[in-house]
Design a protein around this ligand. Structure first.
Ligand SMILES: [Zn+2]
Length: 478
């Protein structure tokens, strides 16, 4: 982490109960509230990588996301249409990274501003663009896409006026132990006190706490793993790594969010009949593309997709309370227009194998400029670029190369299918073959949501996410 981030400190005032066992609520200024809202803008894969980097070997387990991301990192680039595609999935960007650069503390500070590269040959008429230097070849001449071009952003003035990012700079907020954010008024205090069953404040104590990068990371971790992240942080009660989250099955959906013609993919699953447990799944590239795509969805979008029922720590109450603040005048229009709470991806991030109702932002216009003159003047002779980014140049709109056969374990570890591997899996089952059944499983909208939800909290994402659905599947004739 950068020295600048290390030095940033926020001041938080917390009211602690008289037994000194609980934080009843805390007061935060808009700078700290902005940092908390920025958690929602981070893609799942980014959250996993930030936590792994910060906590190292003590990094918390977030469902099956760590193993999914690890297997993505281990998967050879040959399985992707472009190397840039793999790099993007490993380090997905946030739609709000420009805004987050203006935070007092940006936990994703290592993400540099996006750059765009086109064919290195200035005479080439190719319009292909990559976000990764030299990782793709030009469609026309075969040269490397390594010449930087400019971007003209259409989204301007998102942060204007008072210097706040997601909340108005002049505002302060009250936050309950489970991260409900409220306006800082006496009515909110009485509501919180009533909620926690406190009838008078005798003996309670106001503490002033200094919050820096380590504490912010603890809050990010706590928001995912704990129902009492403020108490954990301020009274150091629990080791959150050891917290076991219960996966709560059942979904949930706003029927309206179901797309009219949802995509479906079929996988072959080996199931243990006696337990209905997924032993291993054999899938084509479409299912793997979908799984890796989960890492690109921002946390706020995930919470919205799951109707604020992720089963994760405190982010559901946090998210709902932010929604409740819309109309209070405390939030910037960026938030009131639902930005960080939308299941929306940056331009070109959406795979055509995406099953969930997720949109992507429109591509901002890109313009060539002659970098040899070191000029910021845009050249209008070739005004518009047709961007290719990370997907396959033939325009199939996916990241993982076709055809591909992969094996997916219950914790979403993805590996290319090999006979030796299949043999070792069959060998390692240690259950009678009579108890094993191969079934075709259709992954549609509900199944995809089930996997998404289970991937957040369960290391048995397929069994947890598909179990109820599996019971409905007609038994196959052998
Ligand atoms: Zn070229």
């Amino acid at each position: 982490m950068s020295a600048a981030n290390e030095e940033v400190k926020f001041t938080l005032k917390a009211l602690v109960n008289k037994e000194k066992t609980e934080v009843i609520f805390a007061e935060v200024d808009s700078d700290l509230a902005d940092v908390l809202v920025s958690f929602l803008t981070l893609p799942l894969g980014k959250i996993v990588s930030l936590l792994e980097k910060h906590y190292g070997s003590n990094s918390p387990v977030i469902g099956s996301l760590n193993t999914l991301r690890k297997s993505l990192a281990n998967l050879d680039s040959v399985h992707f249409w472009t190397e840039g595609g793999k790099l993007m999935l490993l380090n997905p960007r946030s739609l709000f990274e420009d805004e987050c650069r203006k935070l007092k503390l940006n936990i994703d500070h290592e993400t540099k501003a996006a750059k765009y590269f086109t064919c290195g040959d200035t005479d080439c008429k190719s319009s292909y663009v990559s976000m990764y230097y030299g990782t793709s070849k030009c469609d026309r001449c075969g040269k490397s896409l390594n010449r930087e071009i400019g971007i003209r952003k259409t989204k301007t003035g998102a942060i204007n006026g008072d210097g706040g990012v997601f909340t108005h700079k002049t505002m302060s907020f009250l936050i309950s132990d489970d991260l409900q954010v409220m306006t800082n008024v006496p009515g909110s205090i009485i509501r919180i006190l009533k909620n926690v069953g406190i009838t008078n404040m005798d003996g309670s104590e106001l503490r002033t706490v200094s919050v820096g990068l380590n504490e912010i990371m603890d809050l990010l971790k706590g928001s995912l793993l704990s129902k009492t992240p403020l108490t954990d942080l301020i009274l150091h009660k629990t080791q959150m790594n050891s917290v076991t989250i219960m996966y709560e099955p059942g979904i949930l959906l706003h029927q309206t969010e179901k797309s009219s013609d949802p995509k479906k993919v079929i996988v072959k699953a080996l199931i243990q009949k006696s337990t209905n447990k997924f032993l291993i799944v054999q899938a084509q590239e479409d299912f793997v593309d979908f799984l890796f795509g989960l890492l690109t969805i921002p946390l706020g979008g995930v919470i919205r997709l799951l109707g604020c029922k992720t089963s994760l720590g405190s982010v559901d109450t946090f998210c709902r309370s932010i929604e409740n603040l819309i109309g209070s005048g405390h939030l910037k229009t960026l938030v009131t227009e639902n930005g960080p709470l939308e299941p929306m991806l940056p331009p070109k991030y959406r795979s055509h194998n995406q099953i969930l109702s997720i949109t992507e932002q429109r591509m901002p216009p890109l313009y060539h400029w002659p970098s040899m003159f070191n000029s910021t003047e845009y050249v209008s002779t070739r005004p518009r670029v047709d961007p290719m980014y990370f997907k396959d140049p033939k325009g199939e709109g996916s990241f993982v190369k076709r055809p591909g056969i992969f094996l997916v374990t219950d914790n979403l570890t993805v590996v290319p299918s090999r006979m030796t591997l299949s043999l070792s899996i069959v060998n390692g089952l240690k259950i009678p073959f009579s108890d094993v059944e191969e079934v075709d499983v259709e992954i549609g909208f509900e199944e995809a949501l089930g996997i998404l939800k289970a991937s957040l909290t369960s290391t048995y994402a397929l069994t947890s996410g598909l179990n109820s659905i599996l019971k409905k599947q007609p038994k196959q004739e052998q």
